[in-house]
Design a protein around this ligand. Structure first.
Ligand SMILES: Cc1cc2nc3c(=O)[nH]c(=O)nc-3n(C[C@H](O)[C@H](O)[C@H](O)COP(=O)(O)OP(=O)(O)OC[C@H]3O[C@@H](n4cnc5c(N)ncnc54)[C@H](O)[C@@H]3O)c2cc1C
Length: 509
């Protein structure tokens, strides 16, 4: 047994007697204050106490302090910055009841914690932690389709590519991310899919969700039961309102992989086409209302030093060809290569994997209405930023995702989400900075420049920011039209503000 394991065992046994005493003396452990662990235990951290208590209840196969699975989970996050943390222990729940045990102990001992599903967060510390408990859903990855209810039930650890593959033989799908490696954390932020214009925000496909609250209590929330306020808050509230342990999703009838009823693919353009593409994107946002059309525009500054830019777009239409009244601009702008063909939704959902690892990442969000000047202003500031920091960055993207009116109206009858419909078509803008291998913290001067870029390319008035693509500094909740209702819901379900004090995530609640 290594020295570390010996030490952990000593802590473990010293803690067990404390926990046993505590359990006997305080049956209602929710009354234990987060900072009130007795002076006997001053030398033992809250996370060590929580880990030991969880392991006592759930066993060492569920709670790990080291080993190959622990290491793989630690190194799993997409952003290198989040793979440098070392949790006190990792809890691998097999069932919601395990999450309940973990959360109640975390709450009792006032431990810091983090939750990891698909591990794709670009925000530092949102899916990883040092000196805290990490809950990893790596063992809860099932997907099943129920034809009687026409719903797909997914466990939180599944990646969208696997969920879509599991139900494709039934001719149905879920409104997952546009990259197959993304996980279900996407649902809690809202979720933009290639088929969102037709089927709505991914979060709006949730029929019901099981949630473990900060105290460890588990509730089932839907649009009509007594937890309907929580249900709405979870759909855009990200990780602030509890830990989701089961999502029941309305199935989308997209066909099997043989049903090639979409047409599209990708087009790559040289930098010289960027201004024309910026204008075409603004027009598309403003004018295209057909929900059968899908688009994402990635303006990339790759191979910095010096900056070498290009643009890649993915474009689709549910039909036999790309209508020129919708995509004519994009089809006529000079390009370097095209790859267009009939596709099934299954094909579309596997075009981008997004599984690359090894670099620190940073996101930032904006929201623009379809106005050529706004788009060009944002693009020019983005390119100036990349040129200023070309020696500090490996690459950078400006990604344009249309949010047409139909994305809000498609599923309105299924209950509103927390983001709140601003009443106009707009584009969710994501700035993605990719740091060179070996950079382990965001350099202060780059961050200062990035904050300046976010202010120069700021949102058009009245539009919500998209939480899944924001920078940790951005107060996204404040941009939601129903912000004050969201604050009330938060206060109702977490009156001691345990979540905001003990786990990293969006600011401002
Ligand atoms: C390459 C790439 C492509 C992307 N493409 C898209 C896209 O097409 N559409 C889109 O909308 N977004 C997209 N995103 C953004 C993505 O939706 C968010 O990063 C999302 O949060 C990732 O979820 P995850 O489960 O993979 O990540 P994680 O990092 O595991 O989770 C993200 C956040 O949610 C929390 N969380 C996860 N599961 C739970 C749970 N069950 N209960 C409570 N909290 C939980 C985590 O603690 C973390 O704070 C993309 C991101 C990347 C990096």
């Amino acid at each position: 047994m290594g020295a570390n394991n010996m030490l952990l065992c000593q802590i473990f046994f010293c803690v067990i007697s404390f926990i046993t005493t505590l359990a006997q003396e305080t049956p209602n452990n929710s009354s234990i204050g987060t900072a009130s662990v007795s002076s006997d235990t001053q030398l033992v951290s809250a996370s060590s106490l929580a880990c030991a208590a969880i392991q006592l209840d759930l066993g060492s196969s569920v709670v790990e302090y080291s080993g190959s699975e622990y290491s793989a989970t630690v190194q799993g996050p997409w952003s290198l910055f989040n793979s440098l943390d070392r949790p006190t222990c990792i809890v691998y729940p097999r069932a919601a009841s395990h999450v309940q045990v973990a959360m109640s102990k975390i709450f009792s001992f006032g431990s810091q914690y983090a939750v990891q599903a698909g591990a794709h967060s670009a925000m530092v510390g949102w899916n990883s932690i040092s000196d805290g408990v990490l809950i990893s859903f790596a063992h809860m990855t099932n997907t099943s389709y129920n034809p009687l209810t026409d719903t797909v039930t997914v466990q939180p650890g599944v990646h969208w590519g696997d969920a879509i593959a599991a139900v494709e033989p039934y001719g149905v799908s879920v409104i997952g991310g546009r990259a197959s490696d993304i996980g279900t954390g996407l649902l809690l932020g809202g979720g933009i899919s290639f088929i969102s214009p037709l089927y709505g925000w991914s979060a709006d496909s949730i029929k019901e969700v099981d949630v473990v609250l900060v105290t460890g209590e588990s509730v089932t929330a839907n649009a009509t039961n007594k937890f309907s306020d929580l249900f709405r808050a979870l759909k855009g509230g990200a990780n602030r309102f509890g830990i989701a342990t089961r999502y029941e999703l309305y199935a989308a009838h997209t066909g099997t992989k043989e049903d090639k009823d979409w047409f599209g693919g990708s087009i790559v353009y040289p930098e010289s086409s960027s201004v024309a593409l910026s204008n075409a994107s603004a027009r598309y946002i403003r004018e295209v209302t057909d929900p059968k059309a899908g688009l994402i525009v990635l303006m990339q500054a790759t191979n910095l030093t010096p900056v070498d830019a290009n643009v890649i777009i993915y474009l689709f239409y549910k039909g036999g060809s790309l209508p020129t009244n919708i995509f004519g601009d994009f089809l006529s702008i000079p390009n370097t290569s095209t790859s267009l063909s009939p596709l099934s939704y299954y094909d579309i959902s596997n075009l981008i994997s997004g599984s690359g690892r090894g670099n620190g990442q940073q996101f930032g969000a904006s929201s623009w209405t379809g106005d050529e000047a706004t788009f060009l202003n944002g693009y020019n500031h983005f390119m100036n930023f990349t040129r200023t920091f070309e020696t500090d960055l490996l690459a950078a993207d400006l990604i344009i995702s249309p949010i047409p009116r139909s994305q809000w109206t498609a599923n309105k009858s299924r209950g509103l989400n927390a983001i709140g419909d601003p009443g106009v078509a707009y584009a969710a803008i994501n700035f993605n900075l990719i740091y060179p291998t070996g950079v382990t913290v965001i350099p202060e001067r780059v961050n200062a420049g990035f904050q300046l870029l976010l202010s120069q390319a700021s949102s058009s008035p009245g539009l919500p920011l998209y939480i899944n693509e924001c920078d940790a500094s951005q107060n996204v909740f404040k941009t939601y039209p129903n912000f004050s209702a969201l604050q009330k819901t938060y206060a109702k379900y977490d009156p001691s503000r345990f979540n905001v004090r003990h786990t990293a995530g969006l600011i401002g609640l």
